[in-house]
Design a protein around this ligand. Structure first.
Ligand SMILES: Nc1ncnc2c1ncn2[C@@H]1O[C@H](COP(=O)(O)OP(=O)(O)OP(=O)(O)O)[C@@H](O)[C@H]1O
Length: 234
């Protein structure tokens, strides 16, 4: 099966500063891969380089089998890649519906997108005309996730969605991601620091340290949480 994402020996960074070194990983359609690591180890940089925001110094990135290593971000997005960034990227003055419609390639996709929102976060349909900026922090994170899933992406990149959220919202996001894994072919790369959340929703994990992958395994393996916690505390 062609991977949703295939990264082969990527090195990348900011100008002279090399942050990622020789990264290799792949995500199958319908699979969730968690990327864990301490602050500043290059997890967000990895997502930015997949989105084409950073030039690559070496290596190759393929999305759905197509080489996108040197492609511009808008072309990568058009291949069906959605990115839930750490910074909230909602249009605060636009309504919930307008924010979701902006992620769609065509208005014709709205009925399908609406059904996806109903499946994932139905409360958003009751707030469909509300300005995004007037939702709470947790609700805005849910809207970000709903907007990405509504576009039915081939690949979804999620950067620390649980940061600053209360346990019930984290639980709800986890439920949505688990359901997504069961029903769609979207490959998901989930950058996280929240180990229990990551292991509950992912199939596999990798651990990054100082720009390199230093460990990997199956999320369901006994001892995975302790093994990851050791890396994060070193
Ligand atoms: N725009 C930038 N210019 C230069 N260096 C940067 C830039 N953004 C990040 N870096 C550096 O790249 C390294 C990795 O940062 P990155 O944000 O990818 O880490 P992270 O693992 O996502 O951390 P966190 O969990 O804190 O978000 C850090 O040393 C950071 O200072």
């Amino acid at each position: 099966m062609t991977p949703a994402l295939d990264i082969d020996a990527i090195s990348a960074g900011y100008g002279e500063a090399v942050v990622l070194r020789d990264i290799a990983l792949s995500v199958a359609p319908g699979e969730i891969l968690a990327v864990l690591g301490k602050n500043g180890t290059g997890k967000s940089t990895l997502l930015k380089s997949i989105m084409g925001y950073l030039p690559k110094l070496a290596g190759r990135i393929a999305i759905g089998g197509a080489d996108v290593t040197r492609e511009a971000p808008h072309r990568i997005a058009r291949r069906g890649v959605a990115y839930v960034a750490q910074e909230k990227s909602l249009f605060q003055d636009l309504s919930v519906e307008e924010n979701i419609r902006l992620a769609l390639a065509s208005d014709r996709n709205w009925p399908k997108a609406r059904a996806a929102v109903e499946r994932s976060f139905p409360f958003l349909l009751e707030r469909i005309r509300q300005r995004a900026g007037t939702l709470s922090g947790g609700e805005q994170k849910m809207l970000l996730m709903a907007r990405s899933l509504a576009a039915d992406p081939k690949l979804l990149l999620v950067d620390e969605i649980t940061e600053g959220l209360q346990p019930s919202v984290i639980e709800r996001l986890g439920g949505v991601l688990r359901a997504e894994r069961g029903r769609s072919a979207t490959g998901i790369l989930l950058v996280e620091q929240h180990i229990p959340f990551a292991l509950a929703v992912a199939d596999r994990f990798v651990v990054m340290d100082r720009g390199e992958i230093v460990d990997s395994g199956s999320a369901g393996a006994p001892g995975a949480a302790a093994e990851i916690a050791r890396h994060l505390s070193l």
